[in-house]
Design a protein around this ligand. Structure first.
Ligand code: IPM
Ligand code: MN
Length: 357
């Protein structure tokens, strides 16, 4: 894989998305030169502006075209003039589902020099990874209304879990925990709510037990999601890898995001690990419309997402190099991770990471 040209589809998307994507690509170009990686990017203008202009979110044939890339990079989705849910469902979730990116990998890592709201905790305490199932649960869009708009209205929204869906995610999480090989001990914590969701999460629980039998070198651990939120704040150092359902994963990774310094830092990957699968990497922060075009948004999350893309496409050395450079920059060059308070502009932070490679 490493001696072939890496083909990347780039969707800058809405708001500040294109600005941070540009910095991630700048860093990719710099590290590619140093590591002898050949790559090519192709831009797609999907997002709110195109939707408002044409009424179309993902044109016919787009998904099939995207399948042809080695990876995708997404800046941000969300436009102030488009009703909530339209772009999120029509673009982001549609891509996750259609490309069967069933793993949403979200590292929670406090880089040096970055402020966390947790008193007395440092980079050695906040370093775990959330593996979020990415294609099922409440996200599947199953449901409907009855007697809509009347006083008797009923709304149903169903969480769908399949044996195949949870098993492939759990198995991947065990493999990942084994590979991560945490020197403090390999521990995979299933986060669910088996005491209330006695059907869906019972399936998760039973599947987790079954798969755990094949990975006796990994400690198979369990937390209810409410308790997990408490422990993430009180004892984040407890966690190594967490595997969880789509909705709970969405929620706990925003909590994780703030523990690692906020949405300017948190990166994620929507991964289809199957042979020939196309994965999509993105900063977790939204489109931040109020900062658009000001050159003040933090590109660190986007650059971190690019490091994940490099790792997933087999360029481990380049990924490590980018991660190290990010830490030099957060540790020695940036005043803050908040937009407008970094002590540098967006493109300068990108330049600093390139210089630290
Ligand atoms: C995320 C986001 C999305 C999600 C939204 C924008 C649909 O919050 O990537 O975490 O809920 O998955
Ligand atoms: Mn979210």
């Amino acid at each position: 894989m490493s001696n072939q040209k890496l083909k990347i589809a780039v969707i800058g998307g809405d708001g500040t998305g294109p600005e941070v994507a540009a910095e991630a690509i700048k860093v990719l170009a710099a590290v590619a030169k140093l590591e002898g990686i050949e790559f090519e990017t192709t831009d797609y203008d999907f997002g709110g502006d195109r939707y408002l202009r044409t009424g179309e979110i993902l044109p016919t044939g787009a998904v099939d075209e995207l399948r042809g890339y080695d990876a995708m990079f997404l800046g941000a989705v969300g436009h102030p003039d488009v009703a909530p849910g339209i772009l999120e469902k029509g673009l982001l979730l549609e891509l996750r589902f259609q490309l069967d990116q069933y793993i949403n990998l979200r590292p929670v890592k406090l880089y040096p020099g970055v402020e966390t709201p947790l008193a007395g905790k440092g980079p050695e305490d906040i370093d775990f990874v959330v593996v979020r199932e990415n294609t099922e649960d409440l996200y599947c869009g199953t449901g409907g209304f009855l007697k809509k708009g009347t006083p008797d209205e009923v709304a149903v929204q169903s969480a769908v879990y399949t044996r195949k869906g949870c098993e492939r995610c759990i198995r991947w999480a065990f493999e990942f925990t084994r590979r991560r090989n945490n020197p403090k001990g390999k521990r995979l914590t299933l986060v669910a709510k088996t005491n209330v969701l006695t059907y869906g999460h019972d399936l998760w629980w039973r599947t987790f037990q079954d798969v755990a039998g094949e990975y006796t070198d990994v400690e198979a651990d369990y937390n209810h999601v409410d308790a997990c939120c408490m422990w993430m704040v009180k004892n984040p150092e407890y966690y190594d890898v967490i595997v969880t359902t789509n909705m709970f994963g969405d929620i706990i990774t925003d909590l994780g995001g703030i523990l690692q310094g906020g949405m300017g830092v948190a990166a994620g990957g929507n991964i289809n690990p199957d042979p020939g699968g196309t994965s999509m990497f993105e900063p977790m922060g939204g489109s931040a419309p109020k900062y658009t075009g000001q050159g003040v948004i933090n590109p660190i999350a986007a650059i971190g997402a690019m490091a994940m893309l490099l790792e997933q496409t087999g360029h481990q050395a380049a990924a490590d190099r980018v991660l190290k450079a990010i830490q030099v920059v957060t540790g020695t060059k940036m005043k803050s991770q908040a937009a407008g308070k970094m002590g540098h502009g967006t493109t300068e932070v990108g330049d600093l990471v390139c210089a630290a490679l």
